[in-house]
Design a protein around this ligand. Structure first.
Ligand code: ADP
Ligand code: ASP
Ligand code: MG
Length: 423
């Protein structure tokens, strides 16, 4: 059985091999059996001589269950109290994993986010980590213990429990790795690395042995949920060596997120495809085409703390303009209400929208030096009769907004068009 195959580091005689942060997601700790397996994996890393800090998620389905419970109490749960409820999921798994480790003779200690002082800002349900105090963890490691920390949670300056947004345990792990100056942060999940697209949607998707930081950041921000975007941002900022691996097999080196181009990196122009259903489109039609209109529309949305993604402004009839933009699907109704409230002020002819849309994106640093990639994408979609509602591009990505019923078809077609199933 390969033991910690991804980890290559030169061992000197007197020093421990390395400090590793391992993160196990919901499926990986989804049952007592799986938690015991995680314990075995952690024990192996320790037997190899590594210091290990483990970050765990709640058992799969648990955070959703807690969200649903909260919604039974209040239509829009109070964010502070919602965080109190949501953070309980991870507290269960840290304790269970500590027990499983002790049961096989490995000294371990579990900590909630506030016990190890993961300090966050006040933005409940989407808090950002400001600071982590690594002293306590270092002391435990020095005494030969495995340290287990609850992911997804921290504590505000005022002492309140805060959570980091869905998928936030990835970010906890990378932030801890940065604070501890760990040699590697390993994200163990239910797939054995980062694929050219979600392998659940495209069975032909291929695992990449490496992916550049820039491309990973783009894929994560465009909806690939294999890593939470903030974890990738953290890895970039603090140059954390970050790897995605399977907790369900012992095989393979997973995918390493690299910061430098190396000659082994795949040269494909398009490297990956992401999709995102968390989208809704709003149209404001027939507003007068004059300076300040975009500000009037988008300023009010920014004030309501709603994030706007894609934007299109078209010249309409008789000195008017049509304005369309996208917001997260959960903000669809509030945004429509806001625009209807402004309709008279704007002199708009019509406000409407659609919350059954999705965004599909192709990503690759090779696009910088290749023309015609977008055209190839649009042709492939046209050949399938898929209508493009909006487009946005950057140097290394092209995104289209389409009807959500075509999301999987579009992803499969683009995967094929850009030859992603072949190495
Ligand atoms: P965890 O609970 O371990 O955090 P997630 O469900 O958050 O796991 O993330 C892993 C899932 O991400 C995979 O099961 C897969 O369906 C999905 N996924 C989306 N895009 C990709 C991709 N490009 N490569 C690998 N997995 C992806
Ligand atoms: N348990 C949290 C969630 O389901 C955090 C995580 O799993 O990363 O979003
Ligand atoms: Mg996740």
């Amino acid at each position: 059985m390969a033991i910690m195959p991804p980890f290559r580091i030169v061992q000197t005689e007197s020093t421990k091999m390395a400090l590793i942060v391992q993160k196990y997601g919901g499926t990986s700790v989804g049952s007592p059996e799986r938690i015991k397996n995680v314990a075995k994996r952690v024990a192996r890393a320790r037997a190899e001589g590594h210091d290990v800090v483990v970050v765990v998620s709640a058992m799969s389905g648990e955070t959703n269950r807690l969200v649903a419970l909260a919604h039974e109490m209040q239509e829009f749960p109070d964010p502070r109290e919602l965080d109190v409820v949501l953070a309980t999921g991870e507290q269960v798994t840290i304790g269970l994993l500590a027990m499983a480790l002790k049961d096989i003779g490995v000294p371990a200690k579990s900590y909630t986010g506030w016990q190890v002082a993961v300090r966050t800002d006040d933005a409940h349900t989407k808090a950002r980590i400001d600071h982590i105090d690594a002293d306590k963890m270092r002391a435990d490691l020095g005494e030969g213990r495995v340290v287990i920390v609850a992911g997804f949670q921290g504590v505000t300056a005022g002492g309140d429990i805060a959570t980091l947004g869905r998928g936030g345990s990835d970010t906890s792990a990378v932030a801890l790795a940065a604070a501890l100056k760990a040699d590697e942060c390993q994200i163990y999940t239910d797939v054995d690395g980062v694929y050219t697209t979600d392998p659940r949607v495209v069975p032909e998707a291929r695992r990449m042995s490496t992916i550049s930081f820039e491309e990973m950041l783009e894929l994560a921000s465009l909806g690939s949920k294999v890593l939470q975007i903030r974890s990738v941002e953290f890895a970039g900022k603090y140059k954390v060596r970050l790897r995605v691996l399977s907790s369900l097999t012992d095989e393979g080196e997973g995918t390493l997120i690299t910061f430098e181009e190396d000659e082994n990196m795949e040269k494909a122009v398009v490297k990956g495809i992401a999709f995102d259903k968390n989208q809704a489109r709003i149209n404001v039609r027939g507003v007068s085409d004059k300076p300040g209109i975009a500000y009037q529309i988008l300023g009010s949305i920014a004030e309501a703390n709603i994030e706007v993604d894609m934007i299109i402004q078209n010249v309409g009839a008789q000195g008017t303009t049509d304005f369309s933009f996208t917001v997260p699907r959960g903000d669809y109704k509030p945004t429509l209400d806001l625009m209807n409230g402004l309709k008279a002020d704007l002199g708009a002819a019509e406000v409407n929208g659609d919350d059954t849309v999705c965004k599909v994106s192709i990503v690759g640093v090779g696009m910088r030096s290749h023309a015609g990639v977008a055209a190839q994408m649009f042709r492939a979609l046209a050949e399938e009769g898929i209508n493009i509602q909006m487009i946005s591009t950057s140097e290394i990505k092209v995104s289209v907004l389409i009807d959500e019923k075509y999301m999987e078809l579009a992803t499969r077609v683009l995967h094929k068009t850009f030859g992603l199933e072949h190495a």
